[in-house]
Design a protein around this ligand. Structure first.
Ligand code: IFG
Length: 528
């Protein structure tokens, strides 16, 4: 029977609703899956973390991502902002930072503190990468900051074309350093480098998880730190450098600016006043510091071992005490480095007397003394630290006296050593240091008698007799610095040159994008 057609609302049939829902679901799925680009990029780290376990899935960093930090925690917003700034440079996004009291929603980065037993020490951290979130967890802000460098290496600034989104494999990364002291030394005396150059060095160190920068502030050729009670040290002693250029120095305000800049990257400045040798700049500035009362000329050559403070004069110790008092005042870090190397013009018994007096001054001012390994010939305070650079018997003597050592063996870790006989910059008294040679050693395998428990850490010194600007610094420092970063951070059993050189080669795009004029060693498979 034909039913009169009447104007009635058509009944929505269940199948239609089901169809619409299914269609919506499928569209959603496609759009979500489309969001994950096929190019899930590989992970490539230096220093290599202790453990990286990848799992199914991928985290996608899109343009709307944010960095959320656990609320109410001192310093976390700054760390989050540091990360966001670096990621924005890598990706072209405008990632912002926000405090949160709860776990953020999908697609964001989350920094949080927590007492997770799996996280080892103040610098340890854990990164969990899932389809939903990239979570960085640490016990201390310093650990978060080290983990931030790992996140930066997940999204490196290769200078490549920007992507809609960046996908990385889901993974759990658990990490902590092998050595507590991981440093570089910059000699700002032979040639002076201004505040901006030093900040650039600090930025490089931060990316590779270093935590100390040792500034060699005085030597024969230049006194580089303002001492208000002895103004001629910089006025005269800071007025030149190797080769006769105009030299320079840091005012105490500039030094404090460097200390603060380093601290914001969880890097401690270690100031060195080298004595009793390597003191021509001071002796040239004050005749009364010389045994014969005569001030020598300023020195612009590169010889060593010809100068000495006058051990017998009382004014020498007034001078040293005044210098240390002012330096301690502007140095929040625990260490004062008093040098002690190559005092060839100081009688041995005078040298020992001097070092023991200055050591007492340093500790009486609440700081810990570091000295080059020659200081081992003096009686050492149990907390003193010897920096092993040339004679392992000195390092062993220091250990026997209860001191710890920082290892900086010239033949492996001196950044001013030439790469090979064709290298124009640098010296070669400790031999050539090609990239593989600079990587293939371990601080606790150098010699019998220097074991891991005796070692505070590693430091790579860059002496600047032949280095005059940032380009030249970077040519000698890169790529060897990355190897020292890994030696200081990654457990030795996990390190080998064959694996490392491949990871190093993959850093070429970001080194180039950063404008770093690195030495393109033929031993490394550099990625174009
Ligand atoms: N040894 C001197 C430095 C510098 C260096 C150059 C130390 C501790 C050679 N002392 O290394 O002043 O001249 O490679």
């Amino acid at each position: 029977m034909y039913r009169a057609m009447k104007k009635t609302k058509p009944k929505r049939r269940p199948t239609a609703i089901l169809f619409l829902f299914t269609l919506f679901f499928v569209v959603m799925q496609i759009s979500c899956t489309q969001q994950i680009p096929t190019n899930v990029q590989d992970m490539n780290f230096i220093p290599q973390p202790v453990s990286v376990d990848t799992t199914e899935g991928a985290f996608v960093l899109g343009g709307k991502a944010m960095v959320f930090v656990q609320e109410g925690q001192e310093g976390l917003v700054k760390i989050g902002q540091f990360l966001a700034t670096k990621l924005n440079k890598s990706t072209g996004f405008q990632i912002e930072v926000k405090e949160t009291s709860k776990v953020p929603r999908k697609g964001n980065i989350y920094l949080t503190l927590g007492n997770d037993p799996a996280i080892v020490g103040d610098e340890g951290y854990q990164i969990d990468v899932t389809n939903k979130l990239l979570t960085l967890k640490a016990t201390k802000p310093e650990g978060l900051f080290r983990g931030v460098q790992t996140i930066r290496q997940l999204f490196p600034d290769n200078g490549n074309t920007r992507q809609e989104a960046y996908a990385i494999k889901a993974a759990t990364i658990n990490d902590a350093p092998s050595y507590t002291y991981r440093g570089m030394m910059l000699d700002v005396s032979r040639h002076f480098f201004g505040v901006e150059d030093v900040k650039k060095v600090i930025d490089h160190l931060a990316y590779y998880k270093f935590n100390h920068l040792h500034l060699h502030l005085s030597d024969d050729q230049g006194w580089r730190i303002e001492i208000k009670s002895w103004p001629n040290l910089t006025a005269h002693g800071g007025s030149t450098q190797v080769g006769g250029g105009e030299g320079g120095y840091y005012t105490q305000e500039q030094y404090k600016e460097l200390v603060a800049y380093a601290a914001s990257r969880f890097i401690t400045i270690v100031p060195e006043i080298d004595m009793p040798g390597h003191t021509n700049a001071a002796l040239a500035s004050y005749p009364e510091l010389n045994c014969d009362g005569k001030a020598p000329e300023l020195y612009t050559g590169t010889e060593v071992g010809f100068s000495s403070l006058c051990i017998d004069k009382e004014i020498t110790y007034e001078f040293v005490d005044d210098v240390l008092t002012e330096l301690v005042e502007i140095t929040p870090g625990p260490y004062i480095h008093i040098g002690g190397d190559e005092s060839h013009s100081t009688k041995k018994e005078d040298f020992i007397y001097f070092i023991e007096k200055v050591q007492d001054m340093v500790f009486s001012k609440g700081k810990t003394m570091i000295g080059w390994d020659e200081v081992a010939h003096a009686e050492l305070h149990p907390k003193s630290i010897a920096q092993y650079w040339s004679k392992d018997e000195n390092a062993k003597l220091a250990i026997k006296k209860g001191a710890k050592v920082i290892v900086s063996p010239g033949k492996y870790a001196y950044l001013d050593m030439k790469y090979d006989s064709t290298t124009v910059l640098g010296l070669n008294w400790a031999g050539y240091i090609e990239v593989d040679h600079g990587y293939s050693w371990s601080p606790d395998q150098l010699t019998e008698g220097i074991a891991k428990e005796n070692i505070l850490g590693i430091e790579a010194p860059l002496w600047s007799e032949t280095v005059t600007n940032m380009d030249e610094i970077e040519y000698l420092v890169f790529p060897r610095l990355l190897g020292y970063a890994e030696i200081g951070w990654t457990p030795a059993p996990q390190r080998n040159w064959e694996d490392y050189k491949v990871r190093l080669g993959k850093f070429a795009p970001q080194l180039k994008a950063a404008g770093i004029d690195y030495y393109p060693s033929a031993l490394v498979p550099w990625v174009e």
